[in-house]
Design a protein around this ligand. Structure first.
Ligand code: R2B
Ligand code: URA
Length: 288
């Protein structure tokens, strides 16, 4: 799964590696259960992870012995496997996503998988796009508009670069068909409210509507087309691991028009379904 120089050598010392948050360990038959995985598709919500697993089964006419059910434990994340596709929820935000990425990648390493593609299929706030657009991230930046992920390790700040696989982005874009998909820069932030320049959090924000608008317009002029909460950790992780990965997000609103997500449940389902549909078309294009 990972090149020898990318895998943590300390793992070799572990008699059993407990993938604690997944409720799986190397005492399980990971190779037998997961050895054929080729696509890891992840989004924030467990409901969408299950819906995507069902959509994969339907689109590719795949059956799962015993029916589609989460694997391991579901206290933190929900993990489904349908044929070569692992569909997982990663929760909200970078800390939650990183834990899932570490444990799923260890899982696939122990399962001896090869050439696995990671896709985040998410939701986001769009910039200058109609709600329900799909943004494929061409670049990823942090909340300071920098292509960097800042971590604190041993009490010190450490910075990792963010890079996205341009070839994979082009393949995803080519698979879009009639879906309203665009390429653009994605901003990954550490908060939904003030971290995304909203004015509708519970605490009085330290900025007014003019500075909010100036900031959002500045982002738009810099090529940012959507804002969400995981892309920067994801881009850091796949780049460091040497995994092909990309981010495909539906936009739920246009942040140049407002802050509130006021679409109906039905509309929200349609919007996030479009990002899933784009990925299904991409997977179909790879199985030909
Ligand atoms: C998009 O939607 C969530 C916040 O509502 C977060 O996980 C994200 O990136
Ligand atoms: N998710 C986000 O992180 N921001 C939005 O505006 C909508 C969904």
């Amino acid at each position: 799964m990972l090149e020898p120089d990318r895998i943590n050598p300390n793992l070799k010392q572990l008699p059993v590696d407990f993938l604690y948050h997944l409720g799986l360990s190397t005492a399980d038959d990971l190779r037998g259960q997961f050895g054929d995985v080729r696509f890891v598709c992840m989004g924030g919500s467990p409901v969408r992870a299950e819906a995507f697993a069902e959509a994969v089964a339907e689109r590719f006419n795949l059956t799962v012995p015993g029916g589609i059910a989460p694997l391991g434990k579901t206290e933190r994340y929900s993990l489904y496997k349908v044929g070569p596709v692992l569909s997982a929820s990663h929760g909200i935000g970078m800390p939650s996503m990183l834990i899932l990425l570490h444990e799923v990648t260890k899982l696939l390493h122990y399962a001896e998988c090869r050439e696995v593609v990671y896709l985040r299929i998410g939701t986001s706030g769009g910039l200058g796009l109609p709600a329900g657009s799909v943004v494929i991230s061409q670049n990823v930046v942090n909340g300071q508009l920098r292509p960097e992920f800042e971590a604190v390790e041993l009490g010190k700040k450490k910075t990792y670069p963010l890079e996205i696989d341009a070839g994979l982005v082009a393949e995803l874009f080519a698979a879009r068909g009639d879906l309203p998909a665009v390429l653009g820069t994605t901003m990954g932030t550490d908060d939904f409210y003030e971290g995304q320049a909203r004015l509708d959090g519970v605490l009085p924000p330290g900025y007014d509507i003019q500075s909010q608008q100036t900031f959002l317009r500045h982002l738009h002029a810099a090529g940012v087309r959507n804002i969400e909460m995981e892309a920067s950790a994801f881009a850091m992780f796949v780049h460091r691991a040497g995994i092909r990965g990309a981010v495909v997000c539906a936009t739920l609103l246009d942040r140049l028009q407002g802050d509130q997500v006021s679409a109906t449940a039905e509309e929200l389902g349609q919007y996030s379904g479009r990002a899933q549909e784009l990925v299904l078309r991409f997977i179909a294009s790879k199985s030909k």
